[in-house]
Design a protein around this ligand. Structure first.
Ligand SMILES: NC(=O)C1=CN([C@@H]2O[C@H](COP(=O)(O)OP(=O)(O)OC[C@H]3O[C@@H](n4cnc5c(N)ncnc54)[C@H](OP(=O)(O)O)[C@@H]3O)[C@@H](O)[C@H]2O)C=CC1
Ligand SMILES: CC(=O)N[C@@H](CCC(=O)OP(=O)(O)O)C(=O)O
Length: 342
């Protein structure tokens, strides 16, 4: 019997990408689609790429529209998820693409988001140690942020193997879709085209505590992270350059061996052949993460570069992958490893 799924926030970028993937999922039947300002519109008017659902009408995001489904994806602004989830009942699988339930530390949540902490749900990054076990059978999933996905997959193997000192530096370029669909002057084409710029500099970006949480869990000690995001003139994609000082004895061979072992059985993480570097175009529209590692002998630093599509593996792909695990169906259903480059 098909799994009946609703999507709240179906007019937005994350909700639209969830629907694109669900359209190709063989065990899913798409039910209610909800929105906020766009409630009452045909989906085709705001998401014309979603042809199979074009004539669906967007409902208001209210519990009565979302009840009666096996799975509800929430792709809402931060702070909106707890109230909706609270009205859905414990037997419904709620997959939250927002940040509300990602952090375990209430103090860190309040420091970066400025609102009371809603709680902590199993974390939807299955490739992290222990994550699949926590997701299996769960009825709540917190989908990671797009940058923490790219950075955690890049650095967790090094920390888990004790190859890196507990202080990482990350500079990551992102496409503009990471900021959502709402109009913002700094995202106008005339501001973004032909230009790159940093934002959230100096430890202020809200994904920093999420990266610290994941890397510290792998390292078994607190890992400090200096994170600088930059906005790149592209719609989708993240290219994260992550580095940390190497622990004594690290060699390029030991580093590569750790990453080969960590990801040899992971369908959505590809360690590229030596000398080949990740590019955002290669993972666009796919649930893949591409990685490359290097050991900078002169600086004595491990350097790991990762590429993800922020909307696919960085949000909706990770959400669907986590749904599959939670429901006990094939983890790869509805997901592709193939990008759309060029
Ligand atoms: N974009 C990305 O790369 C990523 C996004 N996410 C997360 O996914 C969530 C959605 O982000 P994204 O799709 O980018 O944002 P968008 O701005 O593109 O979409 C927001 C969605 O939420 C709806 N909405 C807006 N205000 C409210 C409200 N007050 N109550 C209920 N619904 C509301 C909008 O409806 P309407 O259009 O009708 O107003 C729209 O459907 C966020 O939590 C974001 O952090 C996570 C990882 C990456
Ligand atoms: C370009 C841009 O603004 N990107 C967003 C990434 C948002 C994201 O991945 O997710 P959450 O909002 O769910 O945490 C940012 O840096 O805040």
């Amino acid at each position: 019997m098909a799994v009946r799924v609703a999507v709240a926030g179906a007019s937005g970028y994350a909700g639209g990408e969830v629907l694109r993937l669900l359209a190709g999922h063989p065990e899913v039947e798409v039910g209610a689609l909800t929105a906020h300002a766009n409630a009452g519109q045909r989906l085709g008017a705001v998401q014309p790429q979603l042809v199979p659902f074009a004539d669906r009408v967007l409902e208001a995001t209210e519990a009565r529209e979302l009840r009666g489904h096996d799975v509800v994806f929430l792709a809402l602004p931060h702070g909106q998820s707890a109230a909706v989830a609270g009205e859905l009942g414990d037997s419904v699988l709620v997959v939250d693409c927002g940040a509300d339930f990602r952090l375990a530390d209430a103090g860190e949540w309040e420091r970066f988001y400025g609102t009371p902490h809603a709680g902590t749900w199993p974390y939807g990054l299955p490739e992290l140690p222990g994550a699949r076990e926590a997701l299996k059978g769960s009825r709540r999933v917190a989908v990671p942020g797009c940058f923490p996905t790219a950075v955690s997959l890049a650095l967790v193997p090094a920390y888990a193997a004790g190859l890196a000192e507990p202080e990482a530096v990350v500079v990551a370029a992102t496409g503009t879709s990471g900021a959502g669909k709402a109009l913002k002057p700094h995202l106008l084409g005339s501001e973004v085209m032909g230009s790159m710029s940093p934002y959230g500099v100096g430890g202020t970006h809200r994904h920093t505590p999420e990266m610290i949480q994941n890397l510290s869990a792998a390292a078994g000690q607190r890992v400090r992270v200096s994170f600088t995001p930059t906005l790149a003139p592209m719609s989708r994609g993240i290219l994260a350059t992550c580095s940390a000082k190497a622990e004594p004895g690290t060699t390029v061979e030991s580093l590569r061996a750790v990453y080969e072992k960590a990801y040899q059985d992971e369908p959505f993480v590809t360690l590229l052949p030596e000398g080949q570097w990740p590019a955002t175009a290669s993972v666009q529209g796919s649930n893949s993460v591409h990685l490359q590692v290097a050991y900078d002998q002169e600086a004595d630093r491990i350097v790991v570069v990762s590429a993800v599509d922020n909307l696919t593996k960085g949000t909706a792909g990770g959400a669907v992958q986590s749904m599959n695990i939670a429901l006990g169906i094939d983890e790869g259903l509805g997901l592709s490893t193939i990008g759309v480059a060029p």
